[in-house]
Every structure is written in structure tokens, then in C-alpha cells.
Design a protein around this ligand. Structure first.
Ligand SMILES: Nc1nc2c(c(=O)[nH]1)N[C@H]1C(S)=C(S)[C@@H](COP(=O)(O)OP(=O)(O)OC[C@H]3O[C@@H](n4cnc5c(=O)[nH]c(N)nc54)[C@H](O)[C@@H]3O)O[C@H]1N2
Ligand SMILES: Nc1nc2c(c(=O)[nH]1)N[C@H]1C(S)=C(S)[C@@H](COP(=O)(O)OP(=O)(O)OC[C@H]3O[C@@H](n4cnc5c(=O)[nH]c(N)nc54)[C@H](O)[C@@H]3O)O[C@H]1N2
Ligand code: SF4
Ligand SMILES: [Mo]
Length: 799
């Protein structure tokens, strides 16, 4: 097919090189509604002061926009937390992590003051010395000036993890430390951003999510809304995970109103056991299933002809490509019976409206961008994009806006160009303005393209959770970095092993800020954090940015007199005064429907999508320019029964990891007695048939191993996983254990990421095999002590 190629830098979705996209922040076209919530932001009840606030984290969460009622006594001490029934979306429902906020804030092991340690003493838990913020800032300024003078500002890496208030916030990198190397340290950025990249390049908007009427004043009964007939939950478990702005319980609300489900997941969960179809595929084979669905829907003529004709580009080529993936072929690859593939595809296509909620399982494979491509095609050709009850999208200005915030202004063009990986993987680095994770590791290990000398942890525990091959990361950091800062609420294995300064972090209810679901894209609500109390000297991400930024790079902070000015600029595009709206606690956000018809999606204001062709690109210019195929294709995981049958004798199980639990957010909450009680030990789910064959009993400690490493977990023998597949929990460490190196709170002992390799990403730089590897499981005889008594003794049960 003859195509006219654009330079990738001309792709309208590239952030780094498109100033009008970066500066589009203040052009919000949405309206914000106060849903007449009746309750003031603060009131008295039974002798206690109740303050309503919208938390982000810590304790762990994404910007979901829930609301808490925090009860404080006369001394300003938090007594209890309850859900806020006035929130139009969450209506008072809360998770264990927010209910136990009090145990988090007053936890005896929380770190409340800045500390320093001689870099020679890294790994020595007894070598920390309490200091003042002034002394901490003096030391940081001295080291920052020394290192940047000698090696340049690019020698600093800012390590970040999941989407916290500062986790996606380039200001840490671009304005506080002024380094282009803001790095999310999960190999291949295997979380959210691959999905976001697929939608940015193919659809021209940041992240599509199911429409659960969150932004409509009348919610499910709003005249503009339609209840979806069918929701497909693909590689996601939103009840425990509530990811990135999807309030998971909305799915139950919809089921109560008649929505039927299709769940694509190798495991059983609450939703899949209530679904019309639970497609239990072999981990990592999603691409084959998605292509087969397209095949069925196109060959049986079940698609929306009008939408395809007016708004899609490359439909014929897509039809030809997916014709090779017959249901029989996909059945052979995925293990899902062919008739179920056909019937479920029909069910989705025939439902109006219908929607697809796609999850992390897509990102955690090298073939993930292609799965994303298929799912966007499925959303589009069935006419579900930007319709009520279908797929909700934001407008052209929405997305991870803060990624571009002050980027070029802070760094200057030359420094921007030095971002590690910008030339090799522009699809990744140009979109999210992060240095490429794996290439950053390589830079630390080899000094190529330049030496790395200083680090800052801004919401990351890479040794226990974020990173593949964690011991390799530890060695790289300790071998190369002369000065490393941690900024957290608790001492983590990562900080203990690699840091020289520890800065205390304020928890939820101790900070001010704005919570925007989906980081401002496909928005549902905007919530406001009202400070309830302070315990200790912690600062929020915003406060550290502002205060340390003023010390290190004062010229970039002159425009702000106080933190609130910065929050207004960063989150509200200077459109609102924070003080004026924070008392609303939560605002619904209406973005409207069918925006492609009205010109709200494109920079030039014309109808269509914000892509090179103005349409949904089923044949992708962008992918082609980035060196990948313009059409979706299926590729086996790098290690699988099909691609590496020779490994099966040693590693007979397919390994998936990290399905979210109700108790924990990644590596957090292990110190919180109630959370830990829900899930005391790191678990490996194994099917009863497999357990029998491997001679493993329920509750027995097992060694899980493969060619990259091993971890010790406790077997949970259960029908949750299908035969041949095992699932390992992630993020484990044991705060009750010895923190000194090499033990480091036992983190390497049970870290499933010992088995996950780096540098196994796809052609555009995205994806990693966290959810599709091979492994062996064998019982261990040693007594690996994680006695709960020990946990209680050390941390005290706070009631
Ligand atoms: N409680 C809690 N909530 C969280 C988090 C947390 O740690 N704890 N983490 C947050 C973060 S950062 C993220 S990214 C989100 C992620 O949240 P989700 O997108 O919901 O992802 P997971 O829970 O990792 O996995 C979802 C499902 O994918 C299934 N799965 C495993 N392998 C495959 C596969 O190959 N294909 C398919 N189709 N399915 C597969 C798992 O069985 C699981 O049920 O959760 C966020 N929310
Ligand atoms: N095997 C396996 N590994 C995985 C995954 C998997 O599915 N399987 N999931 C991966 C995914 S999707 C992700 S996103 C990563 C998450 O990896 P991380 O984001 O590193 O995980 P956390 O342990 O939640 O958070 C790290 C630290 O941030 C601190 N923190 C919490 N809130 C804030 C805040 O507001 N500001 C600051 N500065 N710090 C804060 C916490 O106390 C914690 O110590 O893990 C990845 N690791
Ligand atoms: S989804 Fe997040 S913010 Fe909401 S209650 Fe659960 S832990 Fe708290
Ligand atoms: Mo994530």
C-alpha cells in the first residue's frame, strides 16, 4: 500500500517537539459541575471535627477521586476515617488502605524527620543521623552543584514509580533537579503508557476508559447516558485495583443495571465468575485472541459501517491482516475454545453501546502495543468511541499534561536532546518525556552515553517492586552514583541499600493538591486534597518540588510565591484559584460526546481525530515511522511453551505476576497490621492438579525459579489459576525484618522480579514480560520465618 510518510516529529501527538500541545493546558473545553453535595468541606460532629478530602496517596493509590471524611479530636489527632457518602461516584465506598489511614500516619516505623548517612555506609541501617530540613537542603545543594559542574545535569536520574502526585510529574525532573532523565524504572515502561501510547498514536487522545457516567450530574439516570449492554474487562481486575481513575465498583453498579460482562483473564476473579464469558487464555497470548475477535466481527459483518467509512483509516488492510487469525488458530494459541471466541466476539459486537476496559496485562508483554492496536480497532469499528455508555475520551488538550510542564523551559533544547533513549525510542521518550528505562540502566552500567552520578527517588521502591532484576539495579546505582536522595514515608529496602539522604514525605490528609482522574485525560472527577493534620515534618511532592526547586534552580520558581501558586499552574492551568474551589472537595467533569464531529479533538478545530490522517488509524503512520508494523500482528512471548519448548522440561509452568490484591498497593502497607493480616505472606497461586504433580501442599513455602533467578513464596493451591499457569504476588519485603544489607528486610528473598529480565521490550521500546514467563515450582524444606507475632511485636497493633 502506497503511503505518504510524515516525519515522526510531525506526528501531532508528540509532546516534546510540539509547543502548542504543551501550552494547550489552559484551553480546557470542559465544564466542571458541583453536584450540590450538601455538606461543607469541614463540620463538627459529636465533638469531633470532620474534614472532607480527596486523597491521592500515600498510602498507595492512583488518582481515583474517592472522598474521605477524616475525624480529628480537639488536639488535631486523627481518630478515624470514613467514606464520604457525598461523593457522587464513590458514594462512601472505601478500600482497606484508606480505612486504615490512621495506622499509616501514626505507624511507629514511619520516618518523620530528614536523615543523612555517609555514602560509604549505604546498607547500614544504624548509620542514619537525624538532621534539619535546612541541613538536608544544604547538603543536597552542595552535592548538586558539585556533580552538575563536573558531569552536567544529565548525570542525574530521577527514579519514579506508579502514578502518584509526583510519580508522573516531570517538575521533579524538569524544574526541581533540571535533568532530562526522569525515569520510571519498570522495564519497557510496562504500565499504562503503552496503552496510552497506542491510543495517542492511533486515536489522538491520551487514554480511553469505559464511560460509567462519572462526569454526568444525573449519573446512571442522566438523560444523556446509556447503560452499556456489555463491558469487556480485558487483562484488568478493577475491583481490587481501581486503576488510574477507574472506580472499580462502578462495574458492579452497571451490572446491577443490566450490563453483561466478558472477562479476558487466565485467572478467575469476582467479575469473571459473574461474566457471560470468561476467556481464560494462556498468559501473553492476548494478541491472538484480539485479532480473532476482529476476524469474526469483520467476516460476519458485525461492524459499524458508517463509523468505519467516515472515521477510520486503513480498514481494508486491517481486514486482510486479521483474516489470517481464524478462531481455530487463535484457539490453538490461546487455549480458549474456538466457539467461545466466536460467541463472545458476537456478543460484544452486537451490544449497543458496549465498551472495553483494558488493563495492565496488555502492557506487560513485548507484543502489548499490538494488543492495544487491536482493542482500539475493536472499540472503533463497533462504533463505541466517545458515545454514551461506550468509551470515554478527553479532548485534545488532555493527557498527562504535567509530563510536559515546564519541560523545555526548565531544561533548554540541548539538555532535552540528551534524554537517554530519545533517539532510539522516540515513541516512548517523546510521548511521556521519560528517559528509556532499560537504556538508563545500561547508561548506569556502562557510562554510555554519559556517566550517571546522582539519583533521586520520588515515589519508587525499585529493589522490592518496580524493577526487573532488582539486584542488578542495586549494583548499578551503588557502583555509579555518588549521591542519592530518598523521599518517602517509610524506610524502604531501596532507600536502605542505596541512599545517603532521606527526606520525609507527607501522607494523604497531610497535604494539599488536586486529584484528576486519569491524570486529567478521560476525566471523571476533579478532587481536592484538604490538609487535615500534620504528623512529623513531612512535605508533599508539591512542597518538595517548590521548596527544593527554589534552592537548586531559583530562576524557575520566581513566578510562585507559595506552593498553591504552583499547584494552580500545574494542575489547574491557572484557570481557577485553588483556594476558591478546594472547599468543593469533588467536582464532576463533563467532556461531552462525539467530539470528533464537533472539532474538539483536533488542534486545528476541524472535525476528526487528532492523528496524521484525522481518523482512527487502523493502519498506523506513527507505528510505521517508529519502525514497527503499521498493522497489528501476533508474536509469542519470548519464553513460552511455543517459543521455547526446550525450556519446558526445566520450567514447566507459565508464570504471570502481580495481579492486584485488596490489601496492598505494590510494596506498601506491609507495616499496616490490618492490611498485613489480610495477606500475611507472599503467595504463589497454583492449580490443585499442578500442585499434586509438583508435590506442593497448600500453605507450603516453595521455590519459584527460572533462568533469571528465584524467589520464595507460599503456595496457595487453588482453582483460581488454570492448569499449567502459576501466579506470583509482587512487591514483597518484610519491614519487620533486619534492614541491614545484605538482608534488606528480606526483599530479595521473595521478590518475584528476580525472575523477570530487563531488555525484553518490543520494537517501539515498550513492554516487558512481567506477566508471561516460564518457571519451575518446588517445595523447600527450610523454615523461612515470617512469623506474624514478630510483625505485631515490632510495629504494634494500632487500634
Ligand atoms: N490494590 C491495589 N491496587 C492497585 C495497585 C496495587 O498494587 N494494589 N497497583 C496500581 C497499578 S500501578 C496498576 S498498573 C493497576 C493495574 O491494575 P490492573 O490493570 O487491574 O492489573 P493487574 O491487577 O496487574 O492484572 C489484572 C488481571 O490480569 C490478569 N492477567 C495476568 N496475565 C494476563 C495475560 O497475559 N492476559 C490477560 N488478558 N490477563 C492477564 C490477572 O490475572 C489479573 O486478574 O493497579 C493499580 N491499583
Ligand atoms: N512482578 C511484578 N512487578 C511489578 C508489577 C507487576 O505486575 N508484577 N507491577 C509494576 C507496576 S504496574 C508498577 S506501577 C510498579 C510500581 O512500583 P512503585 O511505584 O515503586 O511501587 P510502590 O511500592 O507502590 O511505591 C514506591 C514508593 O513510593 C512511596 N510513595 C507513595 N506515595 C507517594 C507519594 O505521593 N510521593 C512519593 N514521593 N512517594 C510516594 C511509597 O511509600 C513506596 O515506598 O511496580 C511494578 N512491578
Ligand atoms: S481507590 Fe484508592 S483512594 Fe479510593 S478508597 Fe481505595 S485506596 Fe483509597
Ligand atoms: Mo502500574
Amino acid at each position: 500500500m502506497e503511503k505518504e510518510y510524515l516525519d515522526w516529529k510531525d506526528n501531532p501527538t508528540m509532546r516534546a517537539w510540539h509547543p502548542d500541545r504543551l501550552n494547550a493546558r489552559s484551553k480546557y473545553t470542559i465544564s466542571e459541575t458541583n453536584n450540590d453535595l450538601n455538606k461543607p468541606w469541614q463540620f463538627e460532629e459529636d465533638g469531633l471535627t470532620v474534614t472532607r478530602t480527596s486523597p491521592w496517596s500515600p498510602p498507595g493509590c492512583h488518582p481515583v477521586g474517592c472522598t474521605l471524611k477524616c475525624y480529628t479530636d480537639k488536639n488535631g489527632r486523627l481518630v478515624k476515617v470514613e467514606g464520604d457518602e457525598n461523593n457522587p461516584v464513590t458514594q462512601g465506598r472505601l478500600c482497606a488502605r484508606c480505612i486504615t489511614l490512621k495506622d499509616y500516619i501514626y505507624n511507629p516505623s514511619r520516618i518523620l524527620h530528614p536523615m543523612k548517612r555517609d555514602p560509604k555506609e549505604r546498607g547500614n541501617a544504624d548509620a542514619w543521623e537525624q538532621i534539619s530540613w535546612d541541613e538536608a537542603f544544604d547538603i543536597i545543594k552542595r552535592e548538586y552543584d558539585r556533580i552538575t559542574a563536573q558531569y552536567g545535569r544529565e548525570s542525574i536520574v530521577c527514579f519514579v514509580g506508579t502514578g502518584r502526585e509526583g510519580g508522573t510529574m516531570a517538575p521533579f525532573g524538569s524544574r526541581m533537579l533540571c535533568t532530562p532523565n526522569f525515569c520510571y524504572t519498570q522495564s519497557g515502561y510496562a504500565c499504562y503508557v503503552p496503552r496510552m501510547a497506542a491510543s495517542s498514536y492511533l486515536l489522538g487522545v491520551a487514554y480511553p476508559e469505559i464511560d460509567y457516567a462519572g462526569g454526568l450530574p444525573g449519573r446512571y439516570d442522566d438523560p444523556e447516558y446509556e447503560i452499556p449492554e456489555c463491558v469487556v474487562v480485558w487483562g484488568k481486575d478493577p475491583l481490587p485495583s481501581n486503576p488510574d481513575g477507574l472506580f472499580g465498583h462502578a462495574l458492579i453498579d452497571l451490572m446491577r443495571r443490566g450490563t453483561r460482562l466478558i472477562v479476558v483473564d487466565p485467572r478467575n476473579n469476582w467479575l469473571s465468575t459473574r461474566a457471560d464469558y470468561a476467556l481464560k487464555l494462556r498468559p501473553g497470548t492476548d494478541g491472538a485472541l484480539a485479532m480473532a475477535w476482529l476476524n469474526v466481527i469483520i467476516s460476519e459483518d458485525l461492524y459499524d459501517h458508517e463509523f468505519v467509512e467516515y472515521w477510520c483509516y486503513g480498514f481494508d488492510e486491517l481486514a486482510e491482516r486479521v483474516s489470517e487469525m481464524t478462531p481455530d488458530k487463535a484457539a490453538e494459541i490461546t487455549g480458549v475454545p474456538a466457539h467461545m471466541i466466536v460467541e463472545s466476539a458476537r456478543m460484544y459486537a452486537e451490544a449497543t453501546p458496549a465498551s472495553i476496559s483494558w488493563g495492565l496485562a496488555l502492557d506487560q508483554k513485548a507484543n502489548g502495543m499490538q494488543v492495544g492496536h487491536c482493542l482500539i480497532a475493536l472499540m472503533a469499528i463497533c462504533g463505541n468511541i466517545d458515545v454514551p455508555g461506550g468509551i470515554r475520551i478527553g479532548d485534545k488538550t488532555m493527557g498527562l499534561n504535567e509530563a510536559g510542564f515546564g519541560f523545555e523551559e526548565g531544561l533548554g533544547k540541548d539538555l532535552v536532546q540528551k534524554m537517554i533513549g530519545a533517539n532510539e525510542y522516540p515513541a516512548y521518550c517523546g510521548l511521556i518525556l521519560n528517559s528509556h528505562c532499560d537504556l538508563t540502566l545500561r547508561a548506569m552500567e556502562t557510562g554510555d552515553p554519559y556517566p550517571i552520578k546522582m539519583g533521586f527517588y520520588g515515589g519508587n521502591n525499585l529493589l522490592s517492586c518496580t524493577s526487573a532484576e532488582p539486584q542488578r539495579w542495586m549494583k548499578a546505582i551503588n557502583d555509579t552514583m555518588e549521591f542519592v536522595i530518598a523521599f518517602d514515608t517509610f524506610m524502604t529496602p531501596s532507600a536502605q541499600a542505596t541512599c545517603d539522604i532521606f527526606l520525609p514525605l507527607a501522607a494523604a490528609a497531610e497535604r494539599e493538591g488536586v486529584v484528576q482522574t486519569h491524570y486529567g485525560s478521560s476525566p471523571v472527577t476533579m478532587g481536592f486534597m484538604n490538609e487535615v493534620l500534620r504528623h512529623g515534618e513531612g512535605m508533599s511532592d508539591m512542597e518538595l518540588c517548590f521548596n527544593l526547586g527554589k534552592v537548586l534552580n531559583p530562576h524557575l520558581w520566581e513566578q510562585y510565591d507559595e506552593v498553591r501558586d504552583f499547584i494552580e499552574h500545574l494542575r489547574l492551568g491557572k484557570k481557577y484559584r485553588y483556594e476558591d474551589i478546594r472547599k468543593e472537595v469533588v467536582l464532576q467533569r463533563y467532556v461531552g460526546y462525539r467530539k470528533y464531529e464537533t472539532g474538539l479533538l483536533r488542534r486545528d478545530g476541524k472535525p476528526g481525530f487528532n492523528t496524521s490522517t484525522g481518523r482512527v488509524e487502523l493502519w498506523s503512520y506513527a507505528f510505521h515511522q517508529f519502525g514497527d508494523q503499521p498493522l497489528p500482528y501476533y508474536e509469542e512471548p519470548q519464553y513460552s511453551p511455543v517459543s521455547t519448548p526446550e525450556l519446558l522440561e526445566k520450567y514447566p509452568f507459565v508464570l504471570t505476576t502481580g495481579a492486584r490484591t485488596y490489601a496492598f498497593f505494590h510494596s506498601e502497607n506491609r507495616q499496616i497490621p490490618y492490611c498485613r493480616e489480610l495477606n500475611p505472606d507472599p503467595l504463589l497461586e497454583i492449580n490443585p492438579d499442578d500442585a499434586k504433580a509438583a508435590k506442593v501442599a497448600d500453605g507450603q513455602w516453595v521455590k519459584v525459579s527460572n533462568q533469571f533467578g528465584e524467589a520464595l513464596l507460599k503456595a496457595k493451591v487453588s482453582q483460581i489459576v488454570k492448569p499449567g499457569v502459576v501466579h506470583a504476588q509482587h512487591g514483597w519485603w518484610f519491614p519487620e525484618q533486619d534492614g541491614n544489607a545484605p538482608n534488606l528486610y528480606g526483599t530479595f528473598r521473595s521478590n518475584i522480579n528476580n525472575l523477570v529480565p530487563n531488555f525484553h521490550f518490543g520494537k517501539m521500546g515498550f513492554g516487558a514480560p512481567f506477566k508471561c514467563l516460564l518457571c519451575n515450582v518446588e517445595p523447600v524444606s527450610e523454615n523461612y520465618d515470617t512469623d506474624m507475632e514478630l510483625v505485631w511485636d515490632k510495629f504494634g497493633k494500632l487500634v
